[in-house]
Ligand binder design. Structure first.
Ligand code: AMP
Length: 183
């Protein structure tokens, strides 16, 4: 049995993992994936970049998405546009064999109209910088009441950059019983 399968991951994610040539789950993946798949845990994970943290939260988040629904179910916040795009690209790659999956990145410094168009097609997972997300929430384009998992990637950096008020505003819009994952 494949080591990733032992952690509870199913086809089609296993197929993407095989394409990427990953053979062994990293330490943070071994710890985080089974816990997140079991659903219903808040988590603080300390890991440097390069340790496979995006897959550690990304694989389970993707597997938990109900693709029969277009509602937003997973939210990832990141401090910068570059990281936001990187995470969204990674998730699209991990989820390339999941039919009907839509991952959308929203961030400042780019056309909001284009992002609104993308969101209107449905986005089960949104990867966002805080300011642009709030703008889209205020325009009624983003609805977060069905979000099950919120990931704060580089949470320490977001707080250093003064995003704590924005993060509070966003957290008021997600269900109280969602899981919060700090990486
Ligand atoms: P990250 O820490 O998420 O920035 O990932 C660092 C790099 O490691 C990325 O290029 C991933 O594609 C790669 N990676 C993640 N998990 C694994 C794994 N289990 N085996 C090999 N490479 C991996």
């Amino acid at each position: 049995m494949n080591l990733f399968e032992q952690l509870g991951l199913d086809e089609p994610i296993l197929k993407a993992i095989s394409d990427m040539g990953f053979e062994t789950p990293s330490e943070i993946q071994q710890k985080a994936i089974p816990t997140l798949l079991a659903n219903g845990a808040d988590m603080v994970a300390l890991a440097q970049t390069g340790t496979g943290k995006t897959a550690a939260f990304g694989f389970p988040l993707l597997q938990l998405i109900d693709t029969d629904s277009k509602l937003t179910q997973g939210l990832i916040l990141s401090p910068t546009r570059e990281l936001c795009l990187q995470i969204a690209d990674d998730l699209k790659g991990f989820g390339k064999y999941i039919d009907g999956l839509h991952v959308v990145a929203v961030y400042g410094g780019a056309s909001i109209i284009t992002q609104i168009h993308e969101l209107k097609h449905g986005a089960q997972i949104i990867v966002a910088t805080p300011g642009r997300l709030i703008d889209l929430m205020e325009r009624g384009v983003v609805k977060l009441e069905n979000v099950r998992n919120v990931v704060l990637d580089e949470a320490d950096e977001m707080l250093n950059m003064g995003f704590s008020d924005s993060i509070n505003t966003i957290f008021e819009a997600v269900p109280a019983d969602r899981n919060t994952l700090l990486f």
